[in-house]
Design a protein around this ligand. Structure first.
Ligand code: AP5
Ligand code: MG
Length: 193
C-alpha cells in the first residue's frame, strides 16, 4: 500500500506512522527525519536545509524532490510505504504524481490528521525539538496553511483524501485510522500485506 500523511506540525503524523508501518508492513518515509539526519551529518544539503527548518519555513522543492526521488527508487519501497510530511506543496504533489505514473504505482490513500491549533501548540511545547520554539511553531503553521492545505483539495478531487479526527489518545486515533485503511476498496486491498 502507498499512503500519504498530511497534517499540521504536531498533528501526530510521526507518532501514528510508527504504529501504521508495523500494522501494514510499510516503509516510513519522513522528509523531516531525512533532513534532520542530513543536518546532523553536516552534509551540504543538511546545512542548507537547516537554514529553512530552523526558521519554520519549507525547504525548497528541488532539494526535497531530489531526496524523495532517490529514496522511492530503493528496493524496500516496492512493497509499500507511508510518506510522512511529503508532499507539502502543490509542486511536490504534481512531481510525485509524475514519478508514480512512470512506475504505474498510484497512491492508495491520503490521510489528513486534523487537530485544532491550541492542541498543536500544547503538544509541541512539551516536546522540545529545536524547531519547537513558539515563534517557529507559528511560522510552521503559516507554512502549513498557505502551502500545504491546498493539497487537501487536490487529493479530494482525486478521491484519495480521508480526513481523520486527530484529537484523543494515540490508541483512539490509531483505531480511527485503521478503520479507514481497512475499509479502502479492492484497489488498496490487493496491495495489502
Ligand atoms: P517535519 O519533521 O515533517 O515536522 P512537522 O510537519 O512540523 O511535524 P512534526 O514532526 O513536528 O509533528 P508530527 O505531526 O509528526 O507529530 P508527532 O507525532 O511528532 O518537518 C520539519 C521541517 O522540515 C519543516 O518545517 C520543513 O522545514 C522541513 N520539511 C520536511 N518535509 C518537507 C517537505 N516535504 N517540503 C519542504 N520542507 C520540508 O507528535 C508531536 C508531539 O505530540 C509529540 O511529542 C508526541 O508525543 C505528541 N503526541 C502525538 N500524538 C498525541 C496525542 N494523541 N495526544 C497527545 N500528544 C500526542
Ligand atoms: Mg513528524
Amino acid at each position: 500500500m502507498r499512503m500519504v500523511f498530511i497534517g499540521p506540525p504536531g498533528a501526530g503524523k510521526g507518532t501514528q506512522a510508527a504504529l501504521l508501518i508495523q500494522r501494514y508492513g510499510l516503509v516510513h518515509l519522513s522528509t523531516g527525519d531525512m533532513l534532520r539526519a542530513a543536518r546532523d551529518a553536516q552534509t551540504e544539503i543538511g546545512k542548507l536545509a537547516d537554514r529553512y527548518m530552523s526558521a519554520g519555513q519549507l525547504v525548497p522543492d528541488d532539494i526535497i524532490l531530489a531526496i524523495v526521488k532517490e529514496r522511492l527508487a530503493a528496493a524496500d519501497c516496492r512493497t509499500g510505504y507511508l510518506l510522512d510530511g511529503f508532499p507539502r506543496t502543490l509542486a511536490q504533489a504534481e512531481a510525485l504524481d509524475r514519478m508514480l505514473a512512470e512506475t504505474g504505482e498510484p497512491l492508495d490513500v491520503v490521510l489528513e490528521l486534523r487537530v485544532p491549533d491550541e492542541e498543536l501548540f500544547r503538544r509541541l511545547s512539551g516536546r522540545g525539538r529545536s524547531d519547537d520554539k513558539p515563534e517557529v511553531i507559528r511560522q510552521r503553521l503559516v507554512a502549513y496553511r498557505q502551502q500545504t492545505e491546498p493539497l487537501l483539495d487536490y487529493y479530494q478531487q482525486r478521491r484519495l483524501l480521508k480526513t481523520i479526527d486527530g484529537m484523543g489518545t494515540v490508541e483512539e486515533i490509531f483505531q480511527r485510522i485503521q478503520q479507514v485503511v481497512d475499509s479502502l476498496g479492492d484497489r488498496a486491498g490487493r496491495h495489502r500485506k
